[in-house]
Design a protein around this ligand. Structure first.
Ligand SMILES: [Zn+2]
Length: 102
């Protein structure tokens, strides 16, 4: 009977502490979902082009490097723009992200 008291004090210490994950995106916001999808698409495209450029560079394919370089640059710009759009929307539509909605 006395043992159960000891058990309780042990399990008390095993609970989740104050560790909390910050959620940047608001799950149900259609705009967030769409912007996130666009950012994800731009990121995938940028990474794919970078990979192609790297292969062309390794193969010393100067012509292909010249063709791909501006494409990689513009993909990087698109990716950054998508990221900015996402951040801008969050600041306007969800100014207190993580906090309760007003
Ligand atoms: Zn949103």
């Amino acid at each position: 009977m006395l043992d159960s008291r000891i058990e309780l004090s042990v399990t008390d210490r095993c609970g989740w502490g104050g560790g909390k994950l910050a959620v940047t995106f608001i799950q149900d916001c259609v705009e967030c979902i769409s912007l996130r999808r666009e950012y994800s698409r731009a990121t995938t495209a940028h990474i794919a082009l970078e990979g192609k450029l790297r292969i062309a560079a390794l193969a010393h394919d100067r012509e292909r490097v010249d063709t791909l370089s501006p494409q990689v640059e513009s993909a990087a710009v698109s990716r950054a723009a998508a990221r900015e759009a996402m951040k801008a929307h969050e600041q306007i539509a969800h100014p207190a992200s993580g906090a309760e909605e007003a």
